[in-house]
Design a protein around this ligand. Structure first.
Ligand code: NAI
Ligand SMILES: N[C@@H](CC=O)C(=O)O
Ligand code: NA
Length: 440
């Protein structure tokens, strides 16, 4: 039986699990591939760092550049842009198949990497980059390639879903929930990427690119993270039988002037508790795909964590290794559509606006008048009289009330302008929160 040489770059949460599976399941993998996958080496920063998985010391090297030379398959699990990008380019130029889980890299330098892989006739696979263990990229790229996708909507970041879920179900504080997500191996090396929505935005760009056969990168994605979501927002959502989730949404839209475009956005979103995505707990992810002929599909599973993500990496490795054994050519999509990315202002959505207002006659009428002036229609309005007035109300020395207003769907630009005009009203102490609503 032939042997395929595999280099592994990075031995953290995911890399260590990939190494474990390559060694423990070597016989099974060989039977599935038709060749043995020989782990030739693992590039690390420090050979003596403690690791969760016990791996043979002779495999470790700090010389990643030499390790990638002459390998059939290079697996990149270091994360970050450099030196991951240069090492991947070197591997591609050397004729190696590359498997990576690095969404930050694919969403920023994907086009350069695909072009190089295309030129070299090698495969670049990254199923682990989006929604961890969930097979989502291959179904979009292959199973749905005969259909027309119109919308992709999902929870694609495990860390933020874990944090929001803990805050909702146990009343945990944001910082404690984040620490737990880090300890469980869900968070990025710098968790800012998770909580500011950038990780989900990178995944949104990748999903949009494959779904709409065009090139998108991180800059095309409107991105809002969860750092402004407060315990009060979560409690208010609960009162209204809603839940807050960080969603990535990519959809095809026709603008007012008839132009077709794609909107890709990531933001905290209110969903009814009866919505299927509301039942996605912990670090689980779920992605809805809507296509012209298939209708609605939902993909669900573990979106983060060492072993689940390693499963997706190994899936790509086995698939690429089989292609190498069969000696068949690897074809990437040749022709791309050129559908523009649309700004957030082109989107139609619904808002839930939380306001701290003066509790006095005429306030509701003045607020309602502003909605009317922007053509935004109110669906529900809920008023709570503060037992403990907010700081802004105390400063204004007047009784205060909290309003939660949910609008009907309307143009994002009109909704945003409405909020700005309301913010300027003298009877409004503060705009407590603005959350978009889906699924109602
Ligand atoms: N942890 C997760 O749940 C998931 C992670 N990913 C992606 O997989 C990749 C790896 O993630 P984790 O394993 O969680 O990260 P990690 O931070 O646990 O591991 C990365 C490892 O690479 C090593 N490394 C970094 N730069 C290096 C260099 N120049 N030379 C040698 N070693 C270097 C680090 O020392 C560390 O041990 C990232 O791109 C991440 O976005 C994708 C899906 C899920
Ligand atoms: N940090 C990411 C890891 C998987 O992509 C997440 O929390 O989802
Ligand atoms: Na995946």
């Amino acid at each position: 039986m032939d042997t395929l040489k595999v280099a592994l770059l990075g031995c953290g949460n995911v890399g260590s699990q990939v190494a474990r599976i390559l060694l423990e399941d070597a016989d099974d993998l060989a039977a599935r591939v038709g060749a043995r996958l020989e782990l030739a080496g693992i590039a690390v920063r420090n050979i003596d760092s403690p690791r969760e998985v016990d791996l043979p010391r002779h495999l470790f090297t700090t010389d990643a550049e030499t390790l990638v030379k002459g390998k059939d398959i290079v697996i990149e699990l270091m994360g970050g842009i450099e030196p991951a990008r240069s090492l991947i380019l070197r591997a591609i130029e050397g004729g190696s198949t590359v498997v990576t889980g690095n969404k930050a890299l694919i969403a920023t330098h994907g086009q350069q990497l695909y072009a190089k892989a295309h030129e070299a006739g090698v495969r670049l696979a990254y199923e682990a980059a989006v929604a961890g263990a969930i097979p989502i990229l291959r179904p979009i790229r292959e199973s749905l390639s005969g259909d027309r996708i119109t919308r992709v909507l999902g929870i694609v970041n495990g860390t933020t879903n874990y944090i929001l879920d803990q805050m909702d179900s146990t009343g945990a504080q944001f910082a404690d929930a984040l620490k737990a997500a880090q300890a469980l191996g869900y968070a990025e090396a710098d968790p800012t990427a998770d909580i500011e929505g950038l990780d989900a935005a990178a995944k949104g760009a990748i999903l949009a690119g494959l779904s709409f056969h065009t090139d998108f990168n991180l800059d095309d994605v409107y991105c809002e993270g969860i750092t402004k979501v407060t315990a009060d927002d979560i409690a208010a959502a609960k009162d209204a039988s809603m839940v807050i989730k960080l969603l990535a949404i990519a959809e095809k839209l026709i603008t007012e002037d008839g132009t077709e475009g794609i909107s890709v956005r990531v933001h905290p979103t209110l969903l009814p508790r009866t919505h299927p995505l509301a039942a996605v707990h912990g670090a689980f992810n779920a992605v809805f795909v809507e296509a012209d002929n298939a209708g609605q599909l939902m993909f669900y599973g573990q979106g983060a964590g060492g072993a689940p993500t390693a499963s997706a990496v190994l899936g790509d490795v086995v698939s690429a290794a089989r292609a190498l054994v069969a000696g068949g050519p690897w074809r990437l999509e040749d022709t791309k559509a050129e559908i523009p990315a649309l700004p957030l202002s082109a989107v139609t959505t619904s808002y839930c606006i939380g306001l701290d207002v003066a509790d006095q006659p005429g306030v509701l009428a003045r607020i309602a008048q502003i909605f009317a002036s922007h053509g935004v229609s109110i669906e529900t309005m809920r008023q709570t009289i503060h037992t403990e007035p907010a700081a802004a109300a105390l400063a204004a020395e007047r009784p205060a009330a909290e309003l939660r207003i949910v609008t009907h769907r309307g143009p994002e630009a009109a909704l945003a302008a409405t909020v700005e005009d309301i913010r300027a009203l003298d009877v409004v102490n503060s705009v407590i929160s603005v959350l978009r609503v889906e699924g109602v």
